[in-house]
Design a protein around this ligand. Sequence first.
Ligand code: CO
Length: 172
Amino acid sequence: MIRDVLTYPNPLLRKKSIDVVEFNDELHTLLDDMYETMMENAGVGLAAIQVAVPLNVLIISLPNDEDFQDKNDLIEAINPKITHKDGEQIFSEGCLSIPGFNEDIKRAQHILVEYNDRNGKLIKIEAEDFPAVAWQHELEHLEGHVFIENLSVTKRKKFEKEWKKEMKSKKK
Ligand code: CO
């Protein structure tokens, strides 16, 4: 089932998510719904809080060399944690909760992540370049933050002004 994606500045997006304790049907339904919702909105990642569920759950589906989001490559991460990060990269990011906006954000270039899969199995992976950006972006949602909070004060002010204009035009 496709769920509604919360948009900035919905206060729920500021909520810190908590760990999943039971790897049950309810979790699996959430994961399936998140996948449908992400694909419907042409996203490459989604955090549970973006569909109003404050649990440490995120999904990532990166396009392969043929620019296709293969479901076999889908990452479903429960209770994910970054255990190491190094390096630096700047990437133009977007977010389904702030549709239509892209901003350059500085992140670690290389990370190590630990998480549980949908059945609770512990997985350890390494990510660099764009996949590392996707991980850090989604993990930030679980902390109650959105990517534009990383902007400089000047750029943030410019964003807020443009976003207000955008929201007004949508209400009409
Ligand atoms: Co996002």
